[in-house]
Design a binder for this molecule. Structure first.
Ligand code: HEC
Ligand code: HEC
Ligand code: HEC
Length: 137
């Protein structure tokens, strides 16, 4: 009897450890973060106040913003280019701080909360801090 109870207790502990990730992830998927766009800042940057659009269509941005940022960095750092013309003909300075983060000025609620949710940790913020300076705090 005594031995049976120990085996049972062991089994329970074992099971809860094995299935814990399942439950943790399950919790995560039901609690998606609220992703908000700072419409006011975006309006100021685009100079329209109100109807503003990201550099490229949202579907593309959602899945490919990292590639876009990577190509911007290469164009700026390796090729000395400064501006990007979007597929709908608008011109943007290729800058993480001055373009992306001046529209998305709420980095914590926007970029960071989605990345946390997706368990992605971009290393960019050691150097790019959204304060229009590179290498600053
Ligand atoms: C070790 C510091 C460091 C890290 C980390 C870093 N960068 Fe940079 N980045 C720089 C420097 C320095 C420049 C050059 C600035 C210039 O020439 O104007 C630059 C330029 C850029 C540019 C073009 C110019 C600009 O001002 O935005 C982009 C876009 C960029 N980086 C994106 C990224 C992204 C995305 C990440 C993260 C995946 C990242 N960087 C991580 C230091 C860094
Ligand atoms: C002119 C202002 C502006 C600039 C510049 C801008 N964005 Fe956006 N971005 C927006 C707006 C507005 C939306 C929301 C569009 C919508 O929901 O219809 C958005 C949406 C997004 C999304 C999609 C979020 C989702 O719901 O999936 C990502 C990711 C994103 N932006 C990243 C970036 C990155 C990275 C940069 C720089 C390369 C950038 N944005 C530059 C205004 C801007
Ligand atoms: C709606 C969710 C969402 C939002 C909002 C978002 N990202 Fe991301 N981001 C992701 C996902 C998911 C990945 C990982 C994609 C992959 O690994 O293929 C990612 C990856 C990245 C990477 C590459 C990281 C690496 O280490 O390779 C960079 C850089 C990045 N995001 C920058 C930004 C910036 C800057 C913003 C805000 C302007 C932003 N993201 C907003 C979902 C988001």
């Amino acid at each position: 009897m005594y031995k049976g109870a120990r085996v049972l207790a062991f089994l329970l502990v074992f099971l809860s450890i094995v299935t814990a990730p399942l439950f943790l992830n399950w919790g995560k998927t039901t609690a998606a973060p609220e992703i908000t766009v700072d419409k006011q800042a975006a309006g100021r940057v685009s100079g329209q106040g109100g109807a503003v659009a990201c550099v490229e269509p949202v579907e593309i941005m959602s899945s490919e913003h990292m590639q876009l940022l990577g190509s911007w960095r290469d164009l700026v750092v390796r090729e000395g280019k400064t501006h990007y013309v979007s597929s709908d003909g608008r011109m943007f300075e290729m800058s993480l701080d001055d373009s992306c983060l001046s529209c998305h000025s709420n980095r914590e609620e926007f970029c960071d909360s989605c990345h946390e949710y997706m368990s992605v940790e971009p290393s960019c913020w050691n150097c790019h801090d959204g304060a229009q300076t590179i290498g600053g705090e």
